[in-house]
Design a protein around this ligand. Sequence first.
Ligand SMILES: Nc1nc2c(ncn2[C@@H]2O[C@H](COP(=O)(O)OP(=O)(O)O)[C@@H](O)[C@H]2O)c(=O)[nH]1
Ligand SMILES: [Mg+2]
Length: 452
Amino acid sequence: MGAQETSTDTIYALSSARGVGGVAVVRVSGPSSQDSLELLSEQAAPTPRVASLRTLKNPATHAVIDHALVLYFKAPHSFTGEDVVEYHIHGGVAVTQNLLQALSLQPNHRMALAGEFTKRAFLNAKLDLTQAEGLNDLIHAETDTQAQQALEQMNGALFDLYEGWKREIMHVLALMEADLDFSDQDLPDDILLKITPTLDDVRTKMAQHLDDGRKGELRRNGVKLAILGAPNAGKSSLINLIAERDVAIVTNTAGTTRDALDIHVNINGHAVIITDTAGLRDASETSDSIEHLGMQRARARGAEADIKLLLFDAKKYPDLDPHTLNLIDDKSILAVNKIDCLTPDKRDDLPTHFVQISCATHEGLGSLLHEISSRCAHLTTRASPAPLLTRARHRDCVQDALNALNRAINAPLPELMAEDLRLSLRALGALTGRVDVEDILDKIFRDFCIGK
Ligand SMILES: Nc1nc2c(ncn2[C@@H]2O[C@H](COP(=O)(O)OP(=O)(O)O)[C@@H](O)[C@H]2O)c(=O)[nH]1
Ligand SMILES: [Mg+2]
């Protein structure tokens, strides 16, 4: 904990969104939260977990702050594990300010730091790191699939998975250490026969968990889609249409869009980050150095995108832009814009694997969005009900744990094998924030200790 961060402090903050609302919730956590409640309400704290109406007054001036619904949670039965008070007040800016100001004057009270309530919950073992991350993801979820994934994680799906692996490795370690205690020889065959299948099983599960096509991360972070095409193909018109607002400038001057521009949208429940890019043309066709940089940036965005939407100009058909054609691969969706400019016969000539759209008449937009959402579904739908990795942090830790297990399997000496197993446990411990590996091992050893 930092210098200004001690758990003897009582912390408070507005827990609902800022601004005007019907109700605002101010949360207070820490040893003095009951004292301040009793002082502000001029009566004893209500029965824990029973909503009670209280008139809150500023203890210094006795001016009424609000008539509030108050909830008191006694430690350890609260979100943070400490004494917690929730004030449900009328959601005006002045009311909220008055309550926060009154709280600030109370002994040992200070404004909470970002994430501090959850951090206290973690430190009091109310949740592990993956659950805390799940909670944060839930608050920031913009789509249903993100919310579902976050809820699962908050409910401990990843924690259970990783703890399960930890238990299996600890079991192996305990079996080995029991033996190492009375011999410094190689592990006897009967022990090896017991532990090898377990370790192989955990390794397989870890490898499968890692080999998930980044589905969980894509769900959480959003699928990246870059719109690429020649100048004037209608890329900026399309992003504006999807965003339902003017985010990019649309003109008939080639080279108008020079920077990459992102929007976050929800397409059929999928979080998608769409990037409008500078039009691709021969470098010799423009002397504008900013446009050159824009084209480089466009290509880079295309390369890192999960989906490339390659947009062609129907008016140019059959002379489709070669720079854009060059980018076709299995990540691309092909679309041809401005079909309003084509006669029905000419439309029939267009290759059938191109989605036909018109940003002018909105024709075909539904089909294009449908195509994008089915690609997103393909990229984010899991093959089994097992929970998915949702962050690079998880991936790094699981990879470390797997590497250590792989080393353990090939270790030349039992002591070295045991050491690698401990390192694997430590990597899993870092994942959940429960690094009390030695403690748990002690417990297991007590059960296993043979004749000692
Ligand atoms: N007729 C027609 N014109 C379009 C359509 N989409 C875009 N345009 C026009 O094409 C020009 C270039 O559009 P813009 O979105 O700036 O293209 P970008 O360079 O690819 O971003 C503008 O004059 C648009 O009004 C369409 O579907 N039909
Ligand atoms: Mg543009």
